[in-house]
Design a protein around this ligand. Structure first.
Ligand SMILES: NC(=O)C1=CN([C@@H]2O[C@H](COP(=O)(O)OP(=O)(O)OC[C@H]3O[C@@H](n4cnc5c(N)ncnc54)[C@H](OP(=O)(O)O)[C@@H]3O)[C@@H](O)[C@H]2O)C=CC1
Ligand SMILES: Nc1nc2c(ncn2[C@@H]2O[C@H](COP(=O)(O)O)[C@@H](O)[C@H]2O)c(=O)[nH]1
Ligand SMILES: [K+]
Length: 474
């Protein structure tokens, strides 16, 4: 990566732009977004370990498209173990169906339909699909109506293993957006028209056993090695040592403890924003260093403390240091547009963490709310009083209240679902399309080549503004 003219001050993603360069990459489909960090992701997207965002549905859905979700440190180990074993039994191509029985009610169907983006409830009897219910069929009837009365009986089903193009054509021909997938007459999943397209574009992130990849975070307090060992025993593939100030002795000790039990599992640790912090974490055993202090959407650290660093420059400096030591960084926080991910990769990141942007999706962990027809989910920062209260649940009331005074995050925010892109896969499609395109503009076929070839400039706020689309005339 090089600058047209290197500036003397630190930069955010919005401060920079990429210049097109001569390219021999003839198609965006020639670009391979497999990440160079060795964790096994096939697209450079990691879901941040935030309680309101990263749970089982997020983990399943994102890994199926090649990314990774990190389960938060606040989730008890036995719950993480249950989630991980569940994710590992998910199908790498077909969605997990929402199932109810013919005597279940419309009210139950409506409460479950927004848990997934594919828009159908499969009505099953003895493991076989006997009907399909959509949101439309649940409207205008009493919420206690049984599904047998509203469902489409003998629905179209797709035999498992059917060619993706054929699935797309059959669903298009029948004018349905989703259908149950069966092995014999047994339900094994759901496929949508978009799902068939996506499975031809994405490669699932899987471990050596072919199971969807999982990750979980540990904090730096308590029996860190014990917790890390329990997570590995539960099948977690990637461990993340997570704390606000990663460049402190306590975090380094915790990282050493995790490294000592991690074996071949990749260990990610952070957060830092300097070359020295990166070096110290790598020397303590990190395979990947997480970079970012203060850019997060839920984060008040910079306003509270004045501490942090504009994220583009933080990533650039830390990535250069990590790469010089044969390791990598993840850019963590502050991503609001596909361009930010492309720029983080150009700066040298091997993977990019996204939190709040994914909060407003069907798959995030929170419950859905309706604000006069606009759907939203609640999100909160992991250093907010709300999160601190949950994390310190085993302490005395006095200790918990005192810890709550040290909040550095927002306790409640509304993340609206984009009606055009309500599912996390819709956002992934947008990101991957943008990043593949960035690569061809730079003449790059891989994530590493994007970093090598990118030429960047610094823009004024007017320059940034010029790049924004105009939804109405001026
Ligand atoms: N990337 C970012 O910019 C930030 C991310 N976060 C996220 O919030 C979550 C909670 O992290 P964290 O607050 O580290 O909590 P943790 O509970 O994981 O532990 C932090 C430990 O470090 C000590 N500590 C020392 N200095 C600091 C400091 N300046 N800020 C925070 N702790 C400090 C704390 O002691 P004591 O409490 O006694 O001081 C505590 O023992 C994590 O998920 C983290 O990633 C939080 C802030 C910034
Ligand atoms: N200072 C704080 N940082 C936080 C908090 N909760 C999460 N985070 C960090 O943000 C990123 C995600 O960034 P986003 O812009 O995509 O939302 C996450 O990975 C953490 O590093 C918090 O309460 N305070
Ligand atoms: K912020």
């Amino acid at each position: 990566m090089r600058f047209l003219q290197r500036p003397s001050h630190d930069l955010t993603y919005s401060d920079v732009f990429m210049v097109p360069a001569h390219s021999t990459v003839g198609s965006r489909l020639e670009v391979d977004l497999r990440t160079p960090d060795g964790v096994g992701t096939t697209i450079p997207i990691v879901v941040a370990n935030m309680t309101a965002i990263s749970g089982r549905r997020m983990a399943e859905t994102v890994a199926r498209r090649g990314g990774l979700a990190v389960l938060p440190q606040d989730i008890p180990v036995d719950v993480v173990a249950e989630v991980v074993s569940w994710v590992k039994t998910r199908h790498p191509v077909y969605d997990t169906p929402i199932t109810l029985s013919p005597t279940s009610t419309v009210g139950e169907a409506l409460s479950l339909l927004t848990k997934r983006a594919h828009g159908i409830v499969v009505v099953v009897e003895d493991g076989s699909p006997v009907g399909v219910v959509t949101d439309g069929q649940c409207q205008g009837v009493d919420r206690f109506t049984q599904l047998a009365e509203v469902m489409t009986c003998e629905p179209l089903t797709i035999p498992a293993g059917t060619d993706l193009t054929k699935i797309f054509d059959v669903l298009s021909g029948e004018r349905v957006s989703a259908a149950p997938v069966v092995e014999g007459d047994r339900l094994v999943g759901v496929i949508t028209r978009k799902g068939a397209l996506r499975s031809s574009l994405y490669t699932p992130a899987v471990n050596a056993q072919g199971h969807l990849l999982t990750s979980a975070a540990v904090g730096i307090n308590g029996d860190v090695a014990g917790k890390a060992g329990a997570l590995l025993a539960a099948g977690v593939d990637v461990l993340v040592v997570d704390t606000a100030h990663g460049h402190q002795e306590k975090a380094i000790e915790a990282l050493r403890a995790v490294r000592s039990v991690a074996g071949a599992a990749p260990v990610v640790a952070g957060n830092v924003v300097t070359a020295q912090g990166t070096r110290d974490l790598i020397e303590a055993g990190a395979d990947v260093v997480k970079v970012g202090v203060g850019p997060g959407a839920m984060c008040t650290t910079r306003m509270m403390t004045g501490v942090g660093r504009p994220q583009f420059s933080a990533v650039e400096e830390c990535a250069a240091e990590a790469r010089s030591l044969g390791k990598h960084v993840w850019a963590d926080g502050g991503v609001r547009h596909p361009r930010d991910i492309a720029l983080a990769l150009a700066a040298g990141a091997a993977n990019v963490m996204v939190g709040s942007w994914f909060a407003g999706t069907f798959e995030s962990a929170g419950d859905i709310h309706d604000d006069g027809g606009r759907l939203y989910k609640e999100s909160f920062g992991m250093a907010s009083a709300r999160a601190v209260k949950a994390r310190t649940a085993t302490q005395t009331g006095f200790e918990r209240a005192r810890a709550g005074l040290f909040e550095e995050g927002i306790s409640s925010s509304r993340m609206y679902l984009d009606p055009q892109r309500p599912g996390v896969e819709d956002l992934i499609d947008q990101i991957v399309a943008g990043v593949r395109s960035s690569c061809t503009y730079a003449g790059a076929r891989t994530v590493d080549e994007l970093h090598e070839r990118a030429v960047l400039g610094v823009q004024s706020s007017a320059g940034y503004e010029e790049g924004r689309p105009l939804p109405t005339s001026w």
